[in-house]
Design a protein. Structure first.
Length: 215
């Protein structure tokens, strides 16, 4: 599994544990990942296999903060949210050659491909982005998800100014730059996609000839 997927699954397990009467008192810390009962479940039910190692379950400071406030049913303080977003923004690495656009045909394959970073995948094999699992991108394609916002006609609606290209790159690289508790995988920050792959996805979103922008 990819790290982001494991974190979501672990978060769901934590939510389930939160409703159990047997939760230990360490839950008062505000983060379900710190409870002895939850840690016991992780050690019992998750094992390293191939490149899918249990260290992926180790939360980043940002994920810890998001888990804490979600568990408490409270909004994250604005200053903390801004701090997380600022750190993510500062970590964005832009294309070395200054070019944001690649090949939209390659980008479509990446958007459709959900393989990568699983125990059964050969290390070093290019990962997919699995974009269509969460976003509408292709008109009249029933296989697309709707967890994330629709990206249909993305480039047609927004244009291709330098500001839009930079914004879109940042969104793909690490969406926490705009939403501290974003569920979108940080494709660049976590090295899920290469720079060239991100360029290809950019082209899929922006190129007028791409099916994303077709009438």
């Amino acid at each position: 599994m990819k790290r982001a997927t494991l974190i979501v699954l672990a978060g769901a397990a934590a939510a389930a544990l939160a409703g159990c009467a047997g939760m230990d008192q360490s839950a008062s810390s505000g983060n379900p990942f710190e409870t002895a009962s939850f840690q016991s479940i992780l050690k019992k039910d998750f094992v390293s296999k191939g490149q899918a190692t249990v260290d992926r379950l180790q939360q980043t400071p940002a994920q810890e903060a998001c888990s804490k406030y979600a568990y408490l049913g409270q909004p994250m303080p604005a200053d903390l949210s801004k701090q997380i977003e600022a750190q993510a923004t500062a970590g964005v690495v832009y294309p070395k050659d200054g070019q944001y656009m690649g090949d939209w045909k390659a980008g479509l394959k990446i958007a459709e491909d959900g393989k990568g970073m699983q125990w059964s995948d050969k290390p070093g094999t290019p990962n997919g982005g699995n974009c269509l699992a969460c976003h509408e991108m292709i008109k009249n394609d029933p296989s697309q998800g709707n967890i994330g916002p629709s990206l249909l006609h993305y480039g047609k609606l927004r244009g291709n100014s330098e500001a839009i290209l930079k914004y879109t790159w940042e969104r793909i690289y690490d969406s926490q730059a705009f939403n501290a508790c974003s569920f979108m995988p940080p494709f660049g920050a976590n090295h899920i996609l290469t720079e060239q792959q991100m360029k290809d996805v950019m082209a899929l979103l922006m190129d007028p000839k791409s099916p994303v922008n077709a009438d």
